[in-house]
Design a protein around this ligand. Structure first.
Ligand code: MEV
Length: 287
């Protein structure tokens, strides 16, 4: 079973404190396959790791999958294999995608017929238990595969916003590996004295974006990025890519928890511009 990744367009970090975020599913996905087996074995293909359940419990890389299996209380053994197109730990929701794909695959294999709502709820629970503080943004966007507005851990669909954004090309620049985990970045923000004022500014931007045209959305992305930088979650590398994209007339901002990872770029890039960006990032995807 597959599950997509996600990008946050506006409002990351602020959303953890009950403010608004706007998110979109993206077409890079995780695949989880399950088949019958005499023992419970889990394989993480991208990491080249394959372990029995008891061993896997001791390995951090398996935490999300283990928690999902434990939560569903499934009894019979199986072989579960995870592979993903999503670069890990870079703000594209790779962990949430693994959790949702795992729960979907378990639901199918054991005929649990879990509805979307239940999959979203369980996935968020897994993320919270493994990671600590976490909004529903990643797990719900991926479970529903729709653009969402999240506020106070409640959500609504924002198809119109997605349509507006999709009038332009959307690129994901994977800039650099993240130095810190999401939980650590949330902690950095929690220690920022002026965080509430910054969140309020982000909230205004996010609300305006929801009813803006694509040109204004591009400007608002740049403003949101500046505020994320002020919160202390941007990096020199991310700022450099945002600056370059701005020079090319695009909207751009870091997406997700920050501390490295990815920048989303909204707008057209010609071949030369693409090459210049490619020179300073690990990879550039069309999302
Ligand atoms: C993670 O993709 C985005 C954060 O806002 C954390 C969360 O929403 O749980 C930093």
């Amino acid at each position: 079973m597959k599950a997509k990744g996600k990008v946050i367009f506006f409002g990351e970090h602020a959303v953890v404190y009950g403010y608004t975020a706007l998110s979109l599913p993206i077409n890079l996905s995780t695949n989880v396959n399950i088949k019958k087996n005499d023992n419970l074995v889990i394989e993480l293909k991208n990491l080249n790791k394959k372990l029995g359940f008891e061993e896997a419990k001791k390995d951090k890389d398996f935490r999300y999958v283990i928690k999902a299996i434990e939560l569903l209380k499934v009894k019979e053994p199986f072989f579960l294999s995870v592979s993903s197109e999503l670069p890990v730990s870079c703000g594209l929701g790779s962990s949430a995608s693994v959790v949702v794909a795992t729960i979907r695959a378990l639901s199918k294999f054991f005929n649990l017929n879990l509805p979307k709502k239940e999959i979203a709820k369980l996935s968020h629970r897994v993320e919270r238990e493994v990671q600590g503080k976490a909004s529903i943004t990643d797990t719900y966007t991926i479970s529903y595969e729709r653009a969402l507005k999240i506020r106070n851990n409640e959500f609504s669909f924002i198809d119109e916003f997605e349509k507006t954004v999709r009038e332009e090309k959307l690129y994901i620049a994977y800039v650099e590996e993240r130095e810190m985990k999401t939980a650590d970045l949330i902690k950095v923000v929690s220690e920022k004295e002026e965080k509430e004022e910054i969140f309020k500014e982000i909230e205004e931007i996010t609300r305006e974006a929801l009813s803006s045209d694509v040109e204004r959305i591009k400007e608002l992305m740049l403003e949101n990025h500046k505020l994320l930088d002020k919160l202390g979650v941007s990096t020199k590398g991310l700022n450099r890519v945002v600056r370059l994209a701005k020079k090319f007339g695009c909207g751009a901002k870091l997406t997700g928890a920050g501390g490295g990872g990815c920048v989303i770029i909204l707008g057209d890039l010609n071949e030369e511009e693409k090459e210049l960006i490619e020179k300073i990032v690990k990879s550039l995807y069309l999302a």
